[in-house]
Design a protein around this ligand. Structure first.
Ligand SMILES: Cc1ncc(COP(=O)(O)O)c(C=O)c1O
Length: 353
């Protein structure tokens, strides 16, 4: 059990001491007769709209609505410019450049490593097993005094599977390190989110995003859920106005509207996924379609790279993952609309005929 886990033990000392930038909004947030405190243009935006004022740095109204949807209190929520911002800020907060290390389990989402590299944090890579599950003994054996964060992507990108619950639980309970579970694709999975375990485990961080099931990749809005202590650290080190007012008001209007459309779209995508899996297995050269708990499938197919190139010539872009560990001859294919999926299948058939 991570009972002796303490955020202040793993926080970088410079971050512990940091005095955050105090915005005009931090110093006065009530309703004023006139606002002459933030050097804004008093007349409005040049197009006549009211974008002349700085937005709420803590996105209070938006977090309140998200808290209701996710059934968790707003003090557990950090919002970032996509979940990629949360990934980067966790390194900034907890990993001393050139000293600390992180554990990741390839094949997995690329930003854990890119962000580690930009923060000069060493990556210890503990590959998934051949069944694409966590190698728990090896992960635990790789932890040393400078290991600060363990990344778990579930459902995992690019393998598409949810990782086994008892493996994740063992890592959270035995590692005594920050364990981040990236649930970008959780809406497509039949397993529940780890959000409900936040109250049990102070070392747990859960990432989710509006970029996938919610269909809002363009607005860049990611969620990070953690203890209020971790959230307050991230609030201290983030850029003061990291979520624009346009994004806040747009997301608020979407999330306070009819959100049942999200579940309807997820259902359609899952039905299309099942259809695609069935049909794609009949294509010559397909060796395996891996189990998917996400809105994409990983397909092992002979001559994957040539097929990728052929699809490109036909205007169909999938992701060639063949060069990634444990994914040789594999294409990652996002589930499209019924029409797009039919076109994909027809084009694959043309190649193999
Ligand atoms: C596993 C995983 N996490 C996070 C992200 C990034 O999400 P966002 O758009 O919120 O930055 C992606 C995007 O593909 C992803 O696959």
């Amino acid at each position: 059990m991570s009972s002796n886990f303490s955020i202040s033990n793993i926080l970088r000392s410079n971050i512990k001491q940091i005095k955050p930038y105090s915005t005009a909004r931090d110093e006065y947030s009530g309703i004023a007769l006139v606002n002459l405190d933030a050097n804004e243009n008093p007349y409005g935006s040049i197009d006549g709209n009211a974008y002349n004022r700085y937005p709420d740095p803590y996105q209070t109204d938006l977090k309140q609505v998200i808290a209701g949807i996710k059934n968790i209190s707003a003090q557990h929520i950090f919002l970032g410019n996509g979940s990629d911002e949360g990934i980067d800020l966790l390194y900034t907060a907890f990993c001393n450049p050139g000293i600390d290390n992180t554990i990741l389990c390839p094949p997995t989402y690329g930003m854990y490593k890119v962000s580690a590299d930009t923060n000069d944090v060493k990556c210890k890579e503990v590959p998934l097993t051949s069944e694409y599950e966590l190698d728990v003994p090896n992960i635990l054996a790789n932890i040393d005094d400078n290991t600060k964060i363990i990344w778990i992507c579930s459902p995992n990108n690019p393998t598409a599977n949810v990782l086994q619950k008892h493996d994740i639980q063992e890592i959270i309970e035995k590692s005594n390190r920050l364990v981040v579970i990236d649930e970008a694709y959780i809406d497509f999975a039949s397993e529940p989110s780890w959000l409900a375990s936040l109250h049990t485990y102070p070392n747990l961080v859960v990432l989710q995003t509006f970029s996938k099931a919610w269909g809002l990749a363009n607005i860049r809005l990611g969620m990070l859920f953690a203890s209020p202590e971790i959230i307050s650290v991230l609030n201290k080190i983030k850029l003061p106005y990291n979520i624009s007012g346009l994004v806040q008001s747009y997301a608020l209007s979407v999330l306070t509207g009819d959100i049942s459309k999200k579940d309807i779209m997820v259902k359609e995508i899952l039905a299309e996924r099942d259809k695609l899996i069935e049909v794609i297995q009949t294509i010559d050269g397909v060796q395996k379609v891996y189990r998917s708990d996400a809105n994409f499938i990983l397909v092992k197919i002979a001559n994957a790279h040539d097929i990728y190139n052929y699809l490109v010539t036909k205007g169909i872009i999938v992701r060639d993952r063949s060069k990634i560990a444990l994914c040789n001859d594999s294409l990652r294919i996002t589930i499209g609309t019924p029409k797009e999926n039919v076109l994909l299948i027809e084009t694959l058939r043309q190649y193999t005929q």
